[in-house]
Structure formats: structure tokens, C-alpha cells
Design a protein around this ligand. Structure first.
Ligand code: ZN
Length: 425
């Protein structure tokens, strides 16, 4: 492989510098030989490759909606060099063999590192513990376990899962949704708008009450808990309380919850049907502040591709979920950088360093320094564009940002020394 020299990138906080990549790693830029490919990074910011804790790649089982190839191409376009692939595929990733299969698909087709998430319960049924130990000891060394799509609502099962993963420094990632308070049909934040539209309500308490219970169980078991897609202010209060008590809990927020509100649902457009639902603006404000002060550790996309025939229905019948990989950084720049709630250094923590740490990925979220794996993105802080859902690597089109003007920051993505995306190429 020819060396790659990135010239004059802004290494936020460390001034402008060249970066030289050889055999998948950074080396001293002074070592550049004559035979070197060059990438001009004048005016661009270099950040560690982004890591998404929460991606639905849909393969195996729903290759009409997304594949490992299309999903990781979308990831590369969005600046991601690693994605955690959620377990709710067909079959479910609930055995060592299933996890190794997903990892093998990633090794074959991936434009980013594909890290399988293991299910907490067999078949995501919430009853019987999946093969957590075998998945952890498999060649893919699964560390993140989640029944995402479903809540681990049985407190005893949650306790057992947390006790189990502690042995190998694993983490249980909870989709917090009390099924008694917010059942499968709940699809709109419970309030004025759900009443007006006649849609089944999804109250904030259904999320916050499960998180309140789970942080108690995490304290009891002295194990590691992660909260998926925090959507409401009440949950932020609980997480802040738990962190003050030194309970081992981390949390993520999805880009759509940082910007979109329940008002989007007024047009009954199923593109805006997502679980947990979009919340009123006062929740959005609290989520931004919580991401800024570190109460929420990470941004995670909850990229959820759906084929047209699953999404284009009346609101109540349509599938839950939105695309997110290609637009996540744009939304975080728009909501957090422009408002100066986050610096670029802190953005790198929330979108690369912390997610890599939570998932215990050793080759991601690393400094841009000699000897380290060359996972890096180049970002234009000023570029903007209008999002077009048809200009996408994803096989699906359920893009809630279609037609909006947003930042268009990603210029190039380099994963393990390989250019996986370059704007205009
Ligand atoms: Zn979920």
C-alpha cells in the first residue's frame, strides 16, 4: 500500500500538522518518501473516526432494507470508522456463531469496522438469558449486549445479565421502555399532540422509570449499564443522580432527538415515527445541555433503515425508525457546535472517544499520533448543503432530514489507513 500524506490538517488544540499513514497506522510525517499519495487538508479539521454505538444493519434477514455493505458505505459517508450492529436481525445475534457471522460479513463487505452487539435474551424474548459468555469468549469478543427494539423489562433478568457481563467487562445497553406504560402501539409523545391526533401516547415516565430501576440494579451488581437513545428530561435527571452516586452508567442520545420535536408528527408523516418518539422542545433543550455537560456521554445514530413497504403506511401502522449514519455529524454540528455548546475537542469525545471506550474498542477513538491506527476523518466546518434522500448509500429512504439545509461536514473518511469515502469521488 502506498503511503498517504494528509497535508496541513487542523488537529484541534494541537495546531496545523501533516499526518502520514503507512500500513494502516500513523507514522512520523517527517518520514514521507517520494512515492506518496497526498490529500490536501488546508482549512479542514482532522478528527478521530466516528464510532456509532447503535446501528441497525439489517443483515442477515432484511437485505431489502440494508446490508452490511450498504450500511457501512453510509457509515463511511457519515464519517464513521466503526459501527456496532444491533442484534435484532433474523436470526437474532444471540449465539457465538451468529455474532461471528456478522463479524465475518463485516470483514468481507465492510467500509467500516463492524462490531456485533449480542442479544441479552434468547430471540429477544426477554425471558431466557442468551449465550453471553460464549459470545464474549468467541473470536469477536462481544462486549456490548442489548435487546434493543425491546426493553429488558424483567428486573430479575436485567440483574442476571448485569452480573454475568461483569466477569468480562461487558456492558448491558438498555432500550428503556416500560411495556405496561408504553406498549408496542405507543408511537407519539404522550401530550397535547398525541391527544389531538388520536395516536397512542408514549409517556416520558415509561423511559425514566426503567432507567431509575436499572441504575439501582447496576449499583447492586456493581456492573456496567448503558442507556440507549435517551429522549426525555426526566431520564437525564435520573442519570445525573446516578453519576453523582458513582454508579457505572453511560448514556447516548440520537441526533434526531437533539433537533426534531413532536411537532413533526402533526403531518402524520411516518418518516417521523421513531422509538422512543420525538419529544417537545423543552426536552430537546435538556438533551443538548446534558450532552454538553457530559451527563450524556455519546451520540449514537439508531440508524434504522426500512424498506418502503414497511414505512409507507398510515402513521399508526408504519415501522419505527429513521436513517441516521450519513447525517449524524451534520446534526451535531448544527445543534451543538454552532451554538458553542460543544467544542470540536468535546465533539470528538462524544462521537468517537467515549463510544469506543464504552464498547471497549481498542483500535478506535485513539489519538491522531504516530503508532496509532489510522482512523481519521477530515471535516469542513463551513460547508453546508440541502439533504437529498436519494443521494445516499443506504438502501432505504426514510431520511427525516430530506429537503433541509444542514452542515455538510465530511470531506474524507479513512479507516485503518484506507480511504473509505472522499467527497466528490
Ligand atoms: Zn431502541
Amino acid at each position: 500500500m502506498t503511503d498517504l500524506l494528509i497535508r496541513g490538517a487542523d488537529l484541534v488544540g494541537r495546531g496545523r500538522s501533516d499526518l502520514l499513514i503507512r500500513n494502516g497506522r500513523f507514522v512520523d510525517p517527517g518520514d514521507a518518501g517520494a512515492d506518496v499519495d497526498q490529500l490536501d487538508a488546508d482549512g479542514l479539521i482532522a478528527l478521530p473516526g466516528l464510532v456509532d454505538l447503535h446501528t441497525h444493519l439489517r443483515e442477515p434477514g432484511r437485505e431489502d432494507a440494508e446490508t452490511v455493505l450498504s450500511g457501512t458505505l453510509a457509515a463511511a459517508r457519515g464519517g464513521f470508522t466503526a459501527v456496532l450492529a444491533m442484534a435484532n436481525t433474523t436470526p437474532v445475534t444471540d449465539t457465538a456463531e451468529a455474532a461471528e457471522h456478522v463479524a465475518a460479513l463485516g470483514a468481507r463487505d465492510g467500509y467500516a469496522q463492524v462490531v456485533p452487539v449480542g442479544a441479552v435474551s434468547k430471540g429477544l424474548d426477554g425471558v431466557e438469558l442468551a449465550e453471553l459468555g460464549l459470545m464474549a469468549r468467541s473470536s469477536t469478543r462481544v462486549r456490548v449486549f442489548s435487546d434493543d427494539g425491546h426493553c429488558v423489562s424483567d428486573a430479575r433478568l436485567m440483574r442476571r445479565a448485569l452480573e454475568y457481563v461483569r466477569a468480562f467487562d461487558g456492558v448491558v445497553a438498555q432500550h428503556a421502555q416500560d411495556p405496561q406504560l408504553a406498549g408496542a402501539s405507543a408511537c407519539c409523545h404522550e401530550g397535547e399532540i398525541s391527544g389531538k391526533l388520536g395516536l397512542p401516547g408514549w409517556p416520558a415516565a415509561a423511559e425514566a422509570s426503567v432507567v431509575a430501576r436499572d441504575v439501582q440494579i447496576a449499583e447492586l451488581t456493581r456492573s456496567r449499564l448503558h442507556i440507549c437513545h435517551v429522549s426525555c428530561a426526566e431520564t437525564v435527571d435520573v442519570i445525573r443522580w446516578a453519576k453523582q452516586r458513582d454508579i457505572n452508567v453511560t448514556a447516548e442520545v440520537a441526533p434526531h432527538h437533539l433537533m426534531l420535536t413532536t411537532n413533526e408528527v402533526l403531518g402524520y408523516d411516518p418518516t417521523y415515527k421513531v422509538n422512543p418518539p420525538l419529544r417537545p422542545s423543552e426536552h430537546v433543550e435538556v438533551l443538548r445541555e446534558a450532552l454538553a455537560d457530559g451527563t450524556i456521554d455519546a451520540v449514537a445514530t439508531d440508524h434504522a433503515p426500512h424498506a418502503r413497504h414497511d414505512k409507507e403506511h398510515a402513521f399508526a401502522e408504519a415501522a419505527f425508525g429513521m436513517l441516521g449514519l450519513e447525517t449524524a455529524l451534520a446534526v451535531v454540528v448544527e445543534t451543538m457546535i454552532k451554538s458553542e455548546l460543544l467544542s470540536w475537542t468535546d465533539l470528538a469525545k462524544r462521537m468517537s472517544i467515549m463510544p469506543a471506550h464504552i464498547a471497549r474498542l481498542t483500535d478506535q477513538g485513539r489519538p491522531l499520533a504516530a503508532g496509532e491506527p489510522a482512523n481519521v476523518i477530515l471535516v469542513d466546518p463551513a460547508a453546508r448543503g440541502v439533504v437529498d434522500r436519494n443521494d445516499s448509500a443506504s438502501l432505504s429512504r426514510n431520511n427525516p432530514w430530506h429537503g433541509r439545509e444542514l452542515p455538510d461536514p465530511v470531506v474524507a473518511t479513512i479507516w485503518a489507513g484506507r480511504v473509505t469515502y472522499q467527497k466528490g469521488r
